[in-house]
Each structure stands twice: as C-alpha cells, then as structure tokens.
Design a binder for this molecule. Structure first.
Ligand SMILES: Cc1cc2nc3c(=O)[nH]c(=O)nc-3n(C[C@H](O)[C@H](O)[C@H](O)COP(=O)(O)O)c2cc1C
Length: 236
C-alpha cells in the first residue's frame, strides 16, 4: 500500500505517535511504501493570494517547486494521511498554508481524477478542546479533493507530549489505531467497489453547470472540457 503522510507539525509528539501506530499496524499486514512530508520544512511559504494557480495553472504558483512534489505524492498514494495538533482550536498554521495552496484541485476548480479512488484519514490531537473544528478543516480538503472514503482519528490526550500521556490512555489509543488500521486497509482493498460519496456526485453536478457558463476562468473550464466532463463523460 502506498501511503502519503502530510505531517502538520515537525514534532514527534502525540499526533505523530498516533499516526505512526496506525502506519506500523498496516505494515504488519502488508507491504507499505510510506512518503512523509513535514511542515513547514517541506512547504514553508504562505499562499500570497495571487490567483495564479486558478487562472494560469498550478505550475505558475510562486511556490510550485515545493507544491508539485507533494501533489505528485498525493496522486500516487492509496492512502492519504493529514495530521495536525490543535492550535487555537484549529489546524496548525503550517498545515493550513499547504491546504490553501491545494485549493486549485478542489471539485470547485480543477478536480484531479487521481484523487478519486483514495482513502483519506485525518489525525488530530488536543490537550482539551478543538478536535471537531480541526478535524473539519482537514476533512474539508479531503472531501473537496474528491477522496472517496474518509476516516478521522480524534484524540483528547490532555498532555503536552506523548510521554506525559498515562499508560492506560496510550494503550487505549493503540487499540483504536489497530481498529482504524483494519478499516483503512479493508477500504483501500475495496475502494473500486465502494459507494461514492453523495456529496461528490452533487458537487460535481453543480460545478458542471457552473463550468458550462464559465466565462471568467478559461483554465478551469478547459480542464473540465479536456476531461469530457462538459459533454457527458462522468469521472465516477
Ligand atoms: C500553539 C499551541 C496552541 C494550542 N492550542 C490548543 C487549543 O486551542 N486547545 C487545546 O485544547 N490545546 C491546545 N494546544 C495543545 C495541543 O493541541 C496538544 O498538546 C497536542 O496534543 C500537541 O500535539 P503534538 O504533541 O503532536 O505536538 C496547543 C498547543 C500549542 C503549542
């Protein structure tokens, strides 16, 4: 199984350990190829809001040299993992900076068919609050990239670091990660046959109508046309 991980922190803290438990569990059952990116090391810049990716194509992004290797790794993966500790009730700034750069491939712009038959998991840990909001931010990107099957791991660890988490809680997390690994592995194996999310179908239908009338962004429109999506070809 090919796994691409976007770590929303450089720390080998609670979030990293939760994700690692899952990846190690999967590796016990099958051969894995894991590609990991760490933020901000692997993508250090904010989106400047130049609209270049939307209007001229993603290659014209000033940070294209950092973004394109990440996109290529996402495209190759069977399982995409996004992780973040809760910072100020939301994802870390460095993860949000990357997610902003990837809006060009949302269903509302230029959906990437390579993202459609994938499984995605978000990982969030918090001292106390903010899990729902933080998870939603990560799930929104997976959802709008068109990822077919999504899971979320949310851990309230009441700690500043992994080693401060009581043994009982850590073994509970370990059990949960084993269960999640089982579900994710089964989903990857069955992805071709699993039901497509209703949201994706509805969004595609709605955006198709918008793209037919689109006279404001030829780059987006050409993408839909080139895939035949404006002439009845369906991607899923
Ligand atoms: C800058 C910063 C902001 C944080 N904001 C929150 C917060 O809003 N709510 C909360 O309950 N915990 C907050 N925390 C605690 C972390 O979410 C928590 O300790 C998390 O498990 C750390 O993950 P890590 O060990 O992977 O770095 C914050 C921590 C930092 C460093």
């Amino acid at each position: 199984m090919k796994i691409t991980v976007i770590n929303g922190t450089m720390r080998h803290g609670s979030t990293w350990h939760c994700k690692n438990l899952l990846v190690e569990k999967i590796a016990q059952w099958e051969e894995t190829q894991v590609r990991e990116f760490y933020l901000p090391k692997d993508m250090a810049d904010f989106c400047s809001g130049c609209f270049s990716c939307f209007l001229k194509g993603e290659d014209s992004c000033p940070q294209s040299d950092q973004i394109q290797p990440i996109v290529a790794a996402l495209e190759e993966a069977d399982l995409v993992i996004l992780t973040s500790p809760v910072y100020g009730l939301d994802v870390s700034g460095q993860l949000k900076a990357l997610l902003d750069h990837l809006c060009f491939m949302w269903l509302s712009h230029r959906p990437n068919p390579k993202m459609f038959n994938k499984v995605g998991i978000s990982f969030a840990t918090t001292a106390g609050a903010g899990l729902a909001h933080t998870t939603k931010t990560m799930q929104n990107s997976l959802k709008f990239w068109g990822v077919k099957k999504r899971f979320a791991s949310k851990q309230r660890v009441a700690a500043m670091k992994w080693s401060d988490i009581p043994e009982k809680k850590r073994s509970q997390i370990e059990k949960e990660m084993a269960q999640l690994a089982k579900k994710a592995t089964a989903s990857v194996a069955n992805i071709e046959h699993s039901t497509a999310p209703l949201f994706r179908k509805m969004m595609f239908k709605m955006m198709k109508q918008a793209m037919i009338k689109n006279d404001w962004n030829p780059t987006d429109r050409n993408h839909w046309e080139a895939h035949g999506w404006l002439n009845g070809t369906k991607p899923f």
